[in-house]
Write a protein that binds this ligand. Structure first.
Ligand SMILES: Nc1ncnc2c1ncn2[C@@H]1O[C@H](COP(=O)(O)OP(=O)(O)O)[C@@H](O)[C@H]1O
Ligand SMILES: N[C@@H](CCOP(=O)(O)O)C(=O)O
Length: 343
């Protein structure tokens, strides 16, 4: 049944503007009708539907903005993640929201108290809509805001009890690298092999075992943070979160917020702003200082491998227009050629 068109508008909401040849194309994979939305809102006591709009921009899930007389909500239908994986992410968001970290708070069904919902046969969640928009050309002030909130989020996550590893961590890189290697030219293949060997070596070290860890976002790129002017209004898209080292999470941020995107080169003022703000809340340990550049390399490798995998082995081409893998190859080269030291 096609959805009624009275309230439903599907229009561009956001474009990354970063790597024009590799735009994610669209995001409404499953159509939610006005009736579906009204039924759902009733089950959650979230008010009367006044607007329903499909969101373009996501590449993994179906997202809708819902307006009601009680507020603004985001409905996500999970197209890839299983109902077994989702509780870790949803309860983590709830835990962080309750601790005062600005993240979307999953809403519960009134009768059952469940936050993992089912909509149109898919696992789903409804969260509050964060105000603001992504800051795609960040200045040091934005990097400082992210550093500060990231450290607060790490500390707040310490009391979260559910466990799920970072599913895009070292075991996944070891599994996926042999799958993408045949698609690479010799110099890239050699670099990938050698970096993976280096990261396995690092992961076996005493310094690595000493790194503090806990739940991390693991994908806190500029398009997963909202700002209202220069004020950070929230972190979202926790669907790559997992238990990993806090330093890895910080390195993911430094590699996206604090580089020159044309060349992959480190931006000193941006990085200093992020690191100073992070450390004002949680100073880095000796082991973290020692492995700082190693983790910048690990974070670059992680997204190089996942982008190569998405690019050369598309899962369902209709759902995914891959990001440019060569971007993270450049970032990794920069991190190898110009190691950053916190000594
Ligand atoms: N809680 C939220 N508040 C405001 N906007 C949101 C929220 N969640 C998602 N969005 C919007 O939806 C877009 C896609 O969401 P995202 O979680 O990144 O999807 P995907 O995981 O499919 O990439 C975001 O870029 C943002 O514009
Ligand atoms: N940030 C990752 C891709 C993850 O996609 P998202 O839209 O779910 O954040 C990358 O840039 O490779």
């Amino acid at each position: 049944m096609p959805p009624s068109t009275a309230l439903l508008h599907i229009e561009p909401d956001y474009l990354t503007g970063i790597e024009p040849a590799f735009f994610p194309i669209m995001a409404v994979f499953t159509e939610v009708s006005e009736k579906d939305a009204r039924d759902l809102l009733r089950r959650l006591s979230l008010g009367t539907l006044t607007g329903l709009r499909g969101i373009q921009g996501g590449i993994e899930n179906t997202n809708y903005f819902l307006s009601t007389d009680q507020g603004e909500w985001v409905l996500t239908l999970f197209e890839r993640l299983s109902a077994e994986q989702l509780p870790f992410y949803l309860y983590l968001m709830k835990h962080l929201a309750q601790a005062g970290i600005p993240v979307p708070d999953p809403q519960a069904e009134t009768r059952s108290g469940d936050i993992l919902l089912k909509v149109c046969g898919k696992p789903a969640a409804i969260v509050n809509r964060l105000a603001g928009k992504s800051q795609l050309a960040p200045q040091p002030v934005h990097c400082a805001a992210v550093g500060d909130m990231l450290a607060r989020m790490h500390l707040a996550g310490q009391s979260y009890e559910r466990q799920q590893p970072n599913l895009r961590g070292l075991p996944w890189w070891n599994e996926t690298t042999p799958v993408v290697l045949p698609h690479l030219e010799q110099p890239e293949a050699a670099m990938l092999r050698s970096e993976l060997a280096y990261q396995n070596h690092v992961a076996a070290s005493a310094a690595y075992a000493a790194l503090p860890r806990g739940p991390v976002h693991a994908d806190l790129f500029r398009d997963n943070v909202m700002f209202d002017d220069d004020k950070l209004t929230g972190f979202f898209d926790f669907y790559f979160a997992g238990v990993d080292t806090w330093l890895f999470d910080l390195a993911v941020c430094l590699n996206d917020w604090c580089i020159d995107h044309a060349t992959g080169a480190h931006l000193e003022a941006h990085a200093k702003a992020m690191l100073d703000a992070y450390q004002a809340v949680r100073p880095l340990t000796a082991a973290e200082r020692e492995l700082f550049n190693a983790q910048l390399r690990a974070a670059a490798l992680r997204f190089w491998v996942s982008r190569l995998w998405d690019f050369h082995l598309p899962r369902e081409a209709a759902l995914l227009t891959p990001h440019d893998p060569t971007h993270f190859e450049r970032v990794l080269k920069q991190r190898i050629a110009h190691p950053q030291s916190l000594a």
